[in-house]
Structures are given as C-alpha cells and as structure tokens.
Design a protein around this ligand. Structure first.
Ligand code: MG
Ligand code: MG
Length: 258
C-alpha cells in the first residue's frame, strides 16, 4: 500500500526535512580535523530539540544516537564515537527528525579539511547521481526509472552501487513503501503517483559494491576498505518535476564561507 500525501502533509514533511537540512548545515560549521563524531551528534541533538523536534533515529530499532556518522569506508549507519576526524577523511552524515509527527531524513557527505582529488570525485559523482534520480521522480514514471538514472550516473564515473541498502517512502513512518533501490531497470517497479514522498539515497563505492555489517549490528563498511559516499534527499513526486523537500542551500552557504 502506497500512502500518497495531501498538500498539507507535504508541507509538514517539507518543514521536517528543512529542519534536517539546517541541522546538516550546523554540522558543516563544525566538521574539521580534531572533532569527534560524538561531539557532532551531541550538538545535532541539542539543535533538533531546540527547534521543537525529536531526533528521528535515536531509539529507532534501538539505534543509540541522533546521527549516523559514516567515515571513509563506512557506507552508512555508522555510530557516533570518540573517533577524531582527520584531514583527508570523508564523512557521511545522515540525520532524521520527527517534527509535528512527520519524519525528515536526509544525508550529505562532507570533506574533512583538504581531501585527495579521487575522494572529491567520488563525492561529486554520488551527488550527481542523486540529482539524476530526482529528475526521474515524476508522476507517471516508475521506481526503476529513478534507480536506473542513479546507477547509470554512478557507473559512468567508474563507481559501484551498493545493493543491500535502498531508499524508501517517508511520512509518519521513517521507512514506508516503496523501496527505492539505487540500481534497476527503466520502466520497472512501482508506479510513481503525485503525492508519493520518497527518499532517494545513493550509496556509491569507489571499489567493490560489496559491503559487510560490523559486529555493532549497525555500521556498514565496504568489503575492500575503499571509500564510500552517500547523499539523500526527500522528494515529493509531482507532475512535470519533483518537489525536493530537502535543501543543501544552508550547507552550501556554510561551506562557501569556509
Ligand atoms: Mg537517511
Ligand atoms: Mg533514508
């Protein structure tokens, strides 16, 4: 069963996802060599609560923290820790909130200080693959059109697409139907109707697509230890053009001043 959202619900989801966007911008201010991922998490939680919302991930299936912080070969679901960020790292920050009963869920991969060109290229391609996917999230298309566009862009850069984790519907639940894989075939899968809200979240690896889960029960790493990047937007499917509920504008403002 797909839950199509009313215009009113889409505005509530926009507010939730804008708060996530602003939280990620707060993280952009703090990310530099010497900061621990636990410190980022602590400040994100305060920011979210100060804005009248609840952390969306904390306690979800017993996840312990507000953010997922995934560094270098960690793909997603990294648990904030005493790990100290160092020059050249890349870190995906995935953040969820619940505001007025609706979830926000978005992610961005940041560079820590100066990073090698090959890591920046991975980040750029991953973000571009998200943007290509968004262009296909229009009424009348199918999930496979989004999936195919993401995969094609990532693979055109020589990268591989993680299969085991996928995007999803978003609403009063963090994970609603349908699943939105980052690989697939045009014209296949669930039909996209106006009002469907989905998270598109490519997880793109520099080396092998294969991943493994750590003993903490959460952290997903690449099997070969090479880096992975992750970006995530929540978008409302519309006729003609998707309505992107997340924005990276607040992050860009911070990064441009750095
Ligand atoms: Mg997420
Ligand atoms: Mg998600």
């Amino acid at each position: 069963m797909l839950h199509l959202k009313t215009a009113e619900e889409i505005e509530l989801l926009r507010a939730s996802n804008r708060l996530v966007s602003r939280t990620l911008a707060e993280m952009a201010k703090l990310i530099e060599p010497g900061v621990t991922t636990l410190e980022l998490d602590r400040i994100a939680e305060i920011f979210i609560r100060d804005n009248g919302a609840l952390p969306g991930f904390k306690g979800y299936n017993s996840f312990p923290n507000t953010l997922c912080t995934s560094v270098n070969d960690e793909v997603v679901h990294g648990i904030p820790s005493k790990y100290v960020l160092k020059e050249g790292d890349i870190i995906s920050i995935d953040c969820g909130v619940i505001l007025d009963k609706y979830y926000g869920d978005s992610a961005f991969t940041f560079a820590v200080g100066e990073i090698p060109e090959e890591r920046q290229r991975l980040i750029d391609y991953t973000r571009a693959s998200l943007e290509k996917g968004v262009k296909e999230a229009v009424a009348g298309n199918r999930v496979g059109d989004v999936s195919f566009a993401v995969q094609a862009e990532a693979e055109s850069g020589g990268y591989s697409v993680v299969r085991e984790l996928v995007g999803h519907g978003l609403g009063k639940k963090l994970h609603e139907a349908p699943e939105v894989p980052n690989y697939g075939r045009r014209g296949k899968g669930v039909k996209l109707d106006e009002g469907l809200v989905i998270c598109i979240e490519p997880m793109i690896n520099m080396g092998t697509r294969r991943v493994r889960q750590m003993k903490d029960g959460w952290t997903i790493r690449t099997e070969d230890g090479r880096p992975s990047a992750h970006f995530e937007y929540a978008v409302a499917v519309m006729r003609g053009e998707a309505d992107v509920l997340t924005t990276y504008e607040y992050i860009e403002e911070v990064l441009n001043k750095k």
